[in-house]
Design a protein around this ligand. Structure first.
Ligand SMILES: Cc1cc2nc3c(=O)[nH]c(=O)nc-3n(C[C@H](O)[C@H](O)[C@H](O)COP(=O)(O)OP(=O)(O)OC[C@H]3O[C@@H](n4cnc5c(N)ncnc54)[C@H](O)[C@@H]3O)c2cc1C
Length: 438
């Protein structure tokens, strides 16, 4: 009988975001032959640098801000490739608070609510000190903290206004309503910020010089995998001994001794894994995460635009200035449930901006709808109550010859660019172990 040709690759990496690229680069450093299968016609995944609405200025439609002093993997890549940092604004800006129908510059809490806020922030920081961000949450005694943000805040016995104020900051970090995501996710993020509450908004204001594309290109150049774009994987089959076979939507098959799946957890459900995923991953694949944040760029004339606008009573939870462009201000906004704002609808976006800045004229807007994007199905993850304290390690474990990367299942910066890099490095080491044991 004629032996079939051996596979030309050692490892198949599925997904060409920061995580898959980091995994491919590390495997290449270890002398492995890598095939990278990416469903889009571009690399970078949930990062996407593109010219704003036909103007020269490029904007980040997805992941953007980094904090290398808190983020070891981001710092290491910047160092390796000589990538600089564009520093964002520091100091205390002017605010416009959108908690009521008519936004105002007056701080939304007053009197005893300020004391409540102080007490609540102390309790939140105290709880964050129980989290070691370098260790998966299931290996720490944190089950009592893995409850919804809504339930945690209810336990602090705050007034409705103080609760709403804190919940709004939570939604800014998660894109999810307070009843749907876990305070342990928030506390983990705070712990990664060296337990700073202030850093929740002030810690991540800097960007890569040249944008996220600079990092994507550097990793891709260095990894130099055999690259298939437009290769959406629909099946990962390891029933044949010693081999993983990935099948794409257009029917092509690729085989290797190991595979790395570096995808958003919200698209796991679109892939047929044979044999089926273990219980922790199957549960997350079924339930997904609830982040439905939308990001939008708006060119605004008039103002005042030197102001940060924030509030859960508005369609735009957040709106802040980023660039000067053609004599106007390019602002970045975020919208999250329960607002139904469609950020790809320019008229709706203009109305949402007008609610904060009635004298401003919106000249153009631009967005990518990550929630409608079938290769993302949402933003960065906001894990549901119970997931991290029960399953964090199991989500990172290989299943046979298939290893799993992706920011969504990182240890320290869960859902962030640093977490994507961290998870890619871990998955590459796991794939090397699979190859060694073969
Ligand atoms: C609006 C927004 C703002 C953000 N802001 C920040 C920020 O400021 N700072 C920060 O650190 N992080 C931010 N993030 C998060 C950050 O962008 C992500 O954590 C990171 O990019 C995830 O990288 P990844 O490689 O894990 O996944 P992805 O980037 O999602 O990469 C996965 C890749 O897999 C591909 N793919 C999907 N399905 C398939 C399939 N079936 N077959 C083949 N390929 C497939 C996708 O096209 C994608 O290229 C933001 C995210 C969003 C959406």
């Amino acid at each position: 009988m004629q032996r079939p040709d051996p596979d030309p690759f050692d490892v198949i990496v599925v997904g060409g975001g920061f995580s898959g690229l980091r995994a491919a680069r590390d495997l290449r450093d270890a002398g492995q032959r890598v095939l990278l299968l990416e469903g889009r016609d571009r690399l970078g995944g949930r990062t996407f640098l593109r010219p704003f609405a036909g103007h020269g200025q490029e904007v980040e439609l997805g992941g953007t801000w980094v904090a290398p002093r808190f983020q070891p993997h981001v710092a290491a890549e910047m160092d390796r490739y000589g990538i600089g940092l564009v520093e964002g604004q520091t100091g205390v800006p002017r605010w416009r608070w959108g908690f009521d129908a008519a936004p105002t510059s007056a701080f939304p809490l007053e009197g005893d609510e300020i004391y409540e806020l102080e007490r609540a922030v102390f309790r939140i920081m105290e709880a964050s000190h129980r989290v070691d961000p370098s260790v998966p949450r299931d290996r720490q005694d944190l089950g009592d903290l893995d409850v919804s943000v809504e339930r945690f805040l209810a336990g602090l016995r705050l007034s409705p206004r103080t609760t709403r104020f804190l919940a709004a900051w939570g939604t800014l970090g998660s894109g999810a309503p307070p009843e749907e995501w876990s305070i342990l996710n928030a506390l983990s993020l705070m712990a990664a910020f060296d337990h700073s509450a202030w850093a929740w908004w002030a810690g991540v204001v800097d960007k890569f010089a040249g944008g996220t594309r600079t990092v994507v290109e550097a990793l891709a150049r260095d990894a130099a995998p055999v690259l298939e774009l437009g290769a959406r994987v629909v099946r990962v089959d390891q029933r044949e001994p010693g081999r993983v076979v990935a099948t794409t939507a257009d029917g092509r098959t690729f085989g290797a001794a190991a595979a790395i799946v570096a995808l958003p957890v919200n698209v796991w459900r679109d892939i047929e894994f044979l044999p089926a995923l273990g219980p922790a991953k199957a549960t997350l694949a079924r339930d997904g995460h609830p982040n439905r944040m939308s990001k939008v760029w708006v060119l605004v004339d008039g103002g005042p635009t030197d102001t940060i606008c924030f509030g859960p009573g508005q369609d735009l939870l957040w709106l802040s200035p980023e660039y000067e462009l053609d004599g106007a201000t390019l602002m970045v906004g975020f919208s999250a449930p329960p607002s139904p704002l469609d950020v790809t609808d320019p008229d709706a976006v203009a109305r949402a901006v007008g609610a904060y800045l009635p004298n401003a004229r919106v000249l153009a807007s631009d967005a990518h709808d990550w929630n409608a994007d079938p290769l993302a199905r949402g933003g960065w993850p906001a894990h549901r109550p119970g997931t991290l304290s029960r399953d964090a390690s199991a989500l990172q474990e290989p299943e046979g010859r298939v290893c799993f990367g992706g920011a969504d299942i990182a240890t320290r910066w869960i859902g962030w660019l640093d977490g994507a890099l961290e998870s890619g490095a871990r998955a590459a080491q796991q794939a090397l172990a699979v190859l060694r044991d073969a």
